[in-house]
Design a protein around this ligand. Structure first.
Ligand SMILES: [Zn+2]
Length: 87
């Protein structure tokens, strides 16, 4: 009887999975104070930083925040295009 007992399979704590999923929800939902750059889609923008640097535009009643100085002029060139993409 050299077989070792398979006790390890019973000691797995499934409770940790629940907390891992909870963290996913936080990532899926934008945290307060952040936005996504409408020009470089997928680039997160810290709203406070963007406002401080003037990296934002008000278009059609919505304020858009940019990830860098290059995105402002790009948005100005065709705001409707980016506004639609962001919505
Ligand atoms: Zn940018």
């Amino acid at each position: 009887m050299s077989d070792s007992p398979a006790a390890s399979c019973c000691s797995i704590d499934g409770g940790s999975r629940v907390s891992a999923e909870g963290r996913r929800d936080l990532l899926a939902t934008p945290a307060d104070g952040t936005a996504e750059c409408p020009v470089m889609v997928g680039s997160p923008v810290v709203i406070a930083d963007a406002e401080a640097a003037g990296l934002f535009r008000d278009h059609d009643g919505t304020r858009y925040y940019f990830c860098c100085a290059g995105c402002g002029p790009a948005f100005d060139a065709d705001p409707a295009k980016y506004a639609v993409a962001a919505a």
